[in-house]
Design a binder for this molecule. Structure first.
Ligand SMILES: [Zn+2]
Length: 196
């Protein structure tokens, strides 16, 4: 059995260990209506992709600690100084300066409101969410962008007050560690591994 590849950074270099690509036994594809004539083969293969977060790493680390981090342009020379971004944007799209990272967890808890939503009965490959998936777009007071995420409990409605929940137990360090529930939800009702 192959061991999944692991990566650590040491002395500013990626150190990789284990297998990052595995070939497994292939199978013939045959035509059962034509004497099991050979038509082709399947090619099963697994690969481990190394996904670097770069300047967004702080955002994903924040989710694992129960924090929603966003950013703000504090550049004095920027015409749009003070613009706040959730989702997290490393750079200001107007002045291209590096934004300041700000903890907006409290703001999200107090002012998170469903702007619009979409319920998906089907999903693509590798989907890890329960279906139907209730995608919601969330607006916050004073924030200039709208965040796309998913509602874990209840049915979405436009204008509904929602609060963030975080997968702080066994986090995946992906966007799935952030979800939302209707304001007033009890801690005991949250999905496994999630907390306020
Ligand atoms: Zn700017």
């Amino acid at each position: 059995m192959a061991s999944f590849g692991k990566v650590v950074v040491e002395k500013n270099k990626y150190r990789i260990k284990g297998d990052f690509h595995n070939l497994t036994q292939n199978e013939p594809i045959r035509d059962k209506d034509d004497g099991w004539r050979l038509l082709g083969v399947t090619n099963p293969r697994d690969m481990t992709y190394i996904h670097s977060y770069g300047g967004e790493a702080a955002f994903f680390e924040g989710l694992s600690e129960g924090k929603l981090l966003g950013t703000r342009c504090d550049d004095k020379g920027c015409k749009y100084k003070g613009t706040i971004y959730i989702p997290f944007r490393i750079h200001c799209p107007d002045c291209l300066g590096r934004n300041t990272v700000v903890d907006f967890t409290d703001l999200a808890k107090k002012t998170g409101t469903v702007h619009t939503f979409m319920v998906c009965e089907r999903s693509g490959a590798f989907n890890a969410l329960d279906k139907p998936i209730k995608f919601i777009n969330i607006e916050f007071e004073g924030v200039d962008t709208i965040l796309m995420s998913y509602l874990s409990l209840g049915d979405p409605k436009i204008g509904m007050k929602v609060v963030p929940i975080f997968k702080t137990t066994s986090p995946t360090y992906t966007i799935l560690d952030l979800s939302w529930v209707p304001a007033g939800t009890k801690a005991a009702d949250l999905p496994e591994g999630f907390s306020f």
